[in-house]
Design a protein around this ligand. Structure first.
Ligand code: B1M
Length: 210
């Protein structure tokens, strides 16, 4: 790995927010592609944080400060990932489902969709089925992109699809799902229109459904 990418990886693991931002900027200044900075330096670091948590070496506070460092780095990376001033090709209401506070993956999906000319309505985390329904009914969303990182919160994806059906809106919107525990089979089971394993494939999926 490039030394600067290794430094980004280490700084996220150690929760050094300022170092992460500075090193992300340094990597971009060196001409390293934003996608490499993201996937090699940053996403791998969060996977390692998860491994350390599973092994009992990291606890919630360590996960949290690592996540803050990751978010800091992403804010430096965002302008390089997103192209501005393009006419929107669709409106996506994106959120992490009810009960779930993980937002790094959802934020990445938003950035990549924005970069691909979708208009983003970021509903944040802990988003209820009713809030997703409202985004379709009153805010003109053509797509819903739901993220879940916990096996215990995945059922709220199904609850959202059911709430859309109950409101008579299911046929007006494409429902996309993703997040580490989510699978293509689960997407089919709950009646979603598609599953994407990562942010770039979420873009390809949304475009294919336009
Ligand atoms: Co949590 N956590 N966490 N956590 N956390 C996981 C998810 C876990 C797998 C860790 C582990 O045990 N190895 C585990 C879940 C186990 C399970 O249910 N299967 C877990 C747990 C247990 C918990 C708590 C319950 C811990 C506790 O309190 N005891 C608690 C729950 C809080 C809650 O939500 N109610 C909790 C809390 C937290 C923090 C707050 C400390 C923090 C989140 C901070 C934040 O997000 N702002 C945190 C973190 C950082 C993690 C790990 C380490 C990293 C997640 C991450 O950001 N990954 C995670 C371990 C892991 O994932 N390996 C873990 C990087 C991100 C880029 O990837 O989110 O997968 P990801 O997104 C990808 C794809 O999944 C996809 O694209 C993204 C980019 O390519 N994608 C989509 C995501 N959403 C999509 C939507 C789409 C399409 C694609 O729509 C179309």
């Amino acid at each position: 790995m490039e030394p600067v990418l290794q430094a980004i990886f280490d700084s996220i693991l150690n929760g050094q927010q300022k170092v992460t931002s500075a090193k992300v900027q340094e990597a971009l200044d060196q001409g390293i592609a934003p996608g490499s900075v993201l996937n090699e330096g940053m996403v791998t670091a969060m996977a390692e944080v998860g491994r350390l948590f599973e092994e009992g070496e990291y606890f919630v506070p360590e996960m949290l400060i690592a996540a803050r460092a990751m978010q800091n780095g992403l804010s430096v990376l965002k302008p390089a990932l997103v192209k501005a001033d393009v006419k929107p090709i669709g409106k996506v209401a994106a959120g992490t489902v009810k009960g779930d506070l993980h937002d790094i993956g959802k934020n990445l999906v938003c950035m990549m969709l924005e970069g691909a000319s979708f208009e983003i309505l970021d509903l944040g985390t802990d988003v209820s089925p009713e809030r997703f329904v409202d985004a379709v009914q009153n805010q003109g969303a053509d797509f819903i992109a739901m993220s879940a990182l916990l096996t215990t919160t995945m059922p709220n994806m199904k609850n959202t699809v059911e709430a859309l059906k109950a409101s008579g809106l299911r046929d007006q919107v494409k429902v996309l799902v993703g997040g580490a525990p989510v699978t293509d089979a689960y997407a089919k089971e709950i009646g979603a229109d598609g599953y994407a394993p990562d942010a770039s494939r979420a873009v390809a999926l949304a475009k294919s459904l336009l």
